[in-house]
Design a protein around this ligand. Structure first.
Ligand code: SF4
Ligand code: SF4
Length: 436
């Protein structure tokens, strides 16, 4: 089966609870926890000490590589510890984190105002994006600057702005496009300059008519813009990078290749919006929009939340407390991860928090033996054989796993969703990738 002909799954989207909920703000907590592994790449190095006072938006940790993203203080206050704490980027191990006591003064120092961004060359623009702490906010959390700068030898023909948001439960990108379409278009102009892309396409799933309308209106009001809008059929996982490239360009992303190697860059609408806030308004990435939803949340919605806010604080604000019968998931029901407790902080990568129980999601899944039904292979958008990958992951046979395409697994969770034996295939594949 060709990737181009993969139809995707028609699964319940569970978006009704938060769809069309205007973005509101969760008040600052008294204490923030800021893990130093906010994005994929090397761990950040703190540039503050315990006991030091910091201002809002001050850089508190920076990378060795100038193309990786800074970490900024979300509020003013005092650093009370730099020590290992739980982090969703590495659930089984604690991660060195900066712990900040909020003084509720919000005192800030002026940050860079990039007054003439259009005069910068690609490399200078990328460095500015890294200074602003911009990482991919669609879940992958790569440093945006590093992603954009990774293509100096390739001509970028297509810049694809991903507003598909196919993952069930999540509506933060939908709401962002409805409320901030013009800023997204301005952000696209910045990234187009950084990539020198000749064609730009915004892709939005067909089940978001209000977002489509808002983007269309913004494009019309800025006529002469050569930006195409592409409506993508609503199936899962149509927003996956490889799937989307094929849908928009007809190209297939070869195994092991980066999109830039076939002349394409894909970036999420939330990331583009963050670029616009930083380059045009000098606001570094200290907060993001998060969908908080699920059967056990009294006040579900799309919230602007400061990075480092404890998930416990977010749940309290939304009228919920985690109990032993519930399941706490970050990042979506299909591709997300289950957290063992709520003492994790919000990191830049977390776009959704779900608190649910067995009325809505399987909270207890006792795995049964594989019955070789083949459902998992039928559902795999990467054309893998999950049943065989399962066998070799149990054996720890990394050579066979690599040969069978483990690294092409996009961790979409389709195989888990359809498996009649409740086998958590995607979770195993994620773990196997980290080991091999
Ligand atoms: S769907 Fe589950 S039971 Fe069926 S072949 Fe795949 S792993 Fe085995
Ligand atoms: S999680 Fe991986 S193996 Fe399973 S369906 Fe998705 S791409 Fe295929």
């Amino acid at each position: 089966m060709s990737v181009a002909h993969y139809q995707g799954l028609d699964i319940p989207n569970h978006k009704e609870r938060t769809r069309a909920q205007p973005i509101s703000t969760i008040p600052s907590p008294p204490q923030f926890i800021l893990p130093l592994n906010q994005h994929r790449g090397s761990t950040l190095i703190p540039c503050v000490n315990t006991g030091e006072r910091v201002h809002k938006e001050q850089v508190i940790a920076s990378p060795k590589n100038p193309l990786e993203a800074n970490l900024h203080s979300p509020v003013s206050g005092t650093i009370i510890a730099i020590e290992p704490r739980p982090s969703a980027a590495s659930i089984s191990n604690e991660t060195l984190s900066i712990v900040l006591a909020n003084d509720f003064q919000d005192s800030s120092v002026p940050t860079m105002a990039c007054l003439n961004w259009s005069a910068l060359d690609s490399h200078q623009l990328c460095e500015q994006l890294a200074k602003g702490g911009i990482v991919g906010l669609g879940g992958a959390s790569f440093s945006l600057a590093r992603k954009l700068a990774a293509h100096p030898d390739h001509n970028i023909n297509q810049l694809i702005i991903n507003g598909v948001e196919c993952e069930p439960f999540i509506t933060c990108d939908d709401q962002l496009m409805r409320e901030h379409a013009m800023e997204i278009i301005h952000g696209i102009q910045i990234i187009q300059l950084a990539t020198k892309a000749t064609h730009v396409t915004i892709a939005i799933e067909s089940n978001k008519p209000e977002a489509i309308y808002a983007i269309q209106e913004a494009l019309h009001s800025l006529n002469n813009l050569d930006i195409a809008l592409r409506i993508i059929e609503s199936t899962y996982p149509s927003g996956d990078e490889g799937q989307l490239i094929t849908k928009v360009t007809g190209l297939e992303l070869p195994s092991g290749k980066l999109p830039a190697e076939i002349g394409v860059i894909v970036s999420n609408v939330s990331t583009i919006y963050a670029c616009s806030r930083w380059i045009l308004h000098s606001e570094p990435l200290i907060s993001r929009i998060v969908t908080v939803t699920g059967q056990c949340i009294s006040n579900p919605g799309n919230y602007l939340v400061q990075i480092g806010t404890p998930i416990e604080h977010i749940l309290q604000h939304c009228g919920a407390t985690l109990t032993s019968k519930q399941k706490l998931i970050i990042g979506g029901a299909m591709m997300g991860q289950t957290l063992p407790h709520s003492n994790f902080p919000l990191t830049k990568a977390i776009n959704c928090i779900i608190l649910s129980d067995d009325r809505e999601l399987k909270t207890e899944t006792v795995e049964q033996p594989c019955i070789r039904c083949g459902e998992c292979a039928q559902a795999c958008p990467a054309q893998l054989l999950p049943q065989l990958l399962l066998t070799y992951s149990k054996q720890g046979n990394s050579d066979a796993l690599t040969e069978l395409g483990l690294y092409d697994c996009i961790e979409c969770g389709n195989c888990d969703y359809l498996c009649p034996s409740n086998i958590q295939l995607a979770t195993r594949f994620r773990a196997a990738k980290r080991k091999t």
